[in-house]
Design a protein around this ligand. Structure first.
Ligand code: C2E
Ligand code: SIN
Ligand code: SIN
Ligand code: FE
Ligand code: FE
Length: 389
């Protein structure tokens, strides 16, 4: 890559605000900013750390450059670290290759399989002078060190980017509170018949998401399934207590009424606009269809059943079997797993049942000790619901 001319740099600067203003989602926004900075400074990596004031750390989820696609980095503010120093002392730190000491960013280099040669850190401040985070760029492609020009450009970009970062954080909070409200609605819908509904719904979300990833669905579809799957039984709100709370087996007539929960869910979500709620609607309607056509409400077969519903079906049945219900005792997870495999090709899509073999290994610890599981932590609904439209 050849360095940009002064004219080209100026052009990029002028367009910077316009181009990043089209992105409201935080992750995509940071991604875009990092890309532009990498091009403008002709370097091979830009990490953007944002300050989490509540948790007292700097974090970065996206970062462009070798080995960095999916790394998440967290640096406690109180840690003795060059990155936290730049934020605490609000100063630009420019370290040349000659002065660069391997230990400075060793831990980050290790996680990201990267070798820093020189680096430039510039705090991102808004117009009030509050620090929002820090840019961390490294290794100019031409082998030179970062100069005063680079420092100036990065400071300017920081100020320009700060507004957009703030807006997108507000937007993210709004999305999170919407998702949380919807999730609480789902809990309400199932609270009558299951005291441990929040646990069941979290399990379903985790299992469905992991299945979607295992089946190589796109990231945004997997995210939609993660958020939509807890709504699968929302139609149960319309089922009378007499049936829903019946301690023993349902009569055929009662089960016919029970089956309607799929259609009620579909109706509740009818006309929804967001992609994620439309996914939820599909899941509500089809999550009791079976691969061989023996399910309800329509008796759809195989590929006629949306993949999202086939995924949630495995997650729902597995977890329902493992949980105690007022109409049945809890099964051992091993037995529930065997059940899913036995019903592969009958109740469940063989591809989904196969994917569940791997997923099962990951989620097995959830069924020993809820409190200790890092998976539940990762899926803690209020803090990590990601944003997708
Ligand atoms: P749910 O309790 O959430 O169960 C979801 C699905 O898990 C069930 O869908 C079924 O496929 C599977 N499942 C749950 N427990 C068992 C079990 O002991 N054995 C087997 N083989 N599969 C099980 P399904 O059958 O379509 O039922 C839908 C909903 O209808 C259930 O949701 C539950 O709310 C209700 N329901 C089903 N059977 C009974 C019952 O015998 N008595 C009562 N009171 N309610 C029932
Ligand atoms: C995908 O294309 O993301 C999965 C395949 C499918 O939709 O059935
Ligand atoms: C039940 O009684 O378990 C529901 C009826 C059925 O699964 O066919
Ligand atoms: Fe259901
Ligand atoms: Fe369920």
């Amino acid at each position: 890559m050849t360095p940009l001319t002064a004219e080209e740099k100026l052009k990029l600067l002028i367009n910077f605000g316009n181009e990043i203003s089209t992105e409201v989602r935080l992750e995509a926004l940071l991604d875009k900013i990092a890309h532009k900075i990498t091009a403008m400074l002709n370097c091979d990596r830009c990490i953007i750390y944002l300050l989490d004031k509540k948790k007292h750390h700097l974090w970065s989820t996206i970062s462009k450059g070798k080995g960095l696609e999916h790394s998440e980095i967290k640096i406690p503010l109180k840690a003795k670290h060059i990155i936290s120093d730049a934020v605490k002392e609000r100063k630009t730190i420019n370290i040349s290759a000659k002065k660069y000491d391997l230990s400075l960013t060793m831990n980050i280099d290790l996680v990201t399989e990267y070798k820093t040669k020189n680096l430039l850190l510039v705090p991102i401040t808004n117009e009030k002078g509050n620090v929002l985070g820090v840019f961390h760029v490294s290794n100019k492609v031409d082998g030179n060190d970062f100069d005063k020009d680079d420092e100036g450009i990065l400071q300017l970009l920081g100020t320009m980017a700060s507004n957009y970062i703030q807006i997108s954080k507000l937007y993210e909070n709004l999305r999170l509170s919407q998702l949380e409200t919807i999730y609480r609605l789902a809990v309400t819908a199932e609270f009558r018949d299951q005291e441990d509904t929040p646990v069941h719904l979290k399990h379903i979300s985790i299992i469905s998401f992991l299945l979607a990833k295992e089946l190589k669905l796109s990231k945004s579809r997997a995210e939609d399934i993660k958020h939509a799957s807890p709504l699968h039984d929302i139609g149960k709100v319309a089922i009378p207590d007499k049936i829903l709370l019946k301690p023993g087996r349902l009569t055929n007539d009662e089960f016919e009424i029970m089956k309607e929960h799929t259609k009620y869910g579909n109706k509740i979500l009818d006309g929804a606009h967001s992609r994620f709620l439309r996914t939820a609607q599909k899941i509500c309607l089809y999550h009791h269809e079976k691969f061989d056509g023996s399910g309800y409400p329509f008796g759809l077969k195989g590929d006629k059943i949306p993949v999202e519903a086939k995924i949630v079906s495995v997650a729902d049945v597995f977890d329902a079997l493992c949980m105690k219900r007022h109409y049945k005792p809890a099964w051992a997870p091993e037995d529930a797993f065997k059940f899913i495999q036995e019903k592969s090709g009958k109740d469940f899509d063989p591809k989904v049942a196969k994917a569940f073999e791997k997923v099962y290994k990951k989620i097995r610890p959830l069924y020993n000790n809820e409190e200790d599981s890092s998976l539940l932590e990762e899926f803690s609904f209020v803090s990590t619901l990601p944003i997708s439209q």
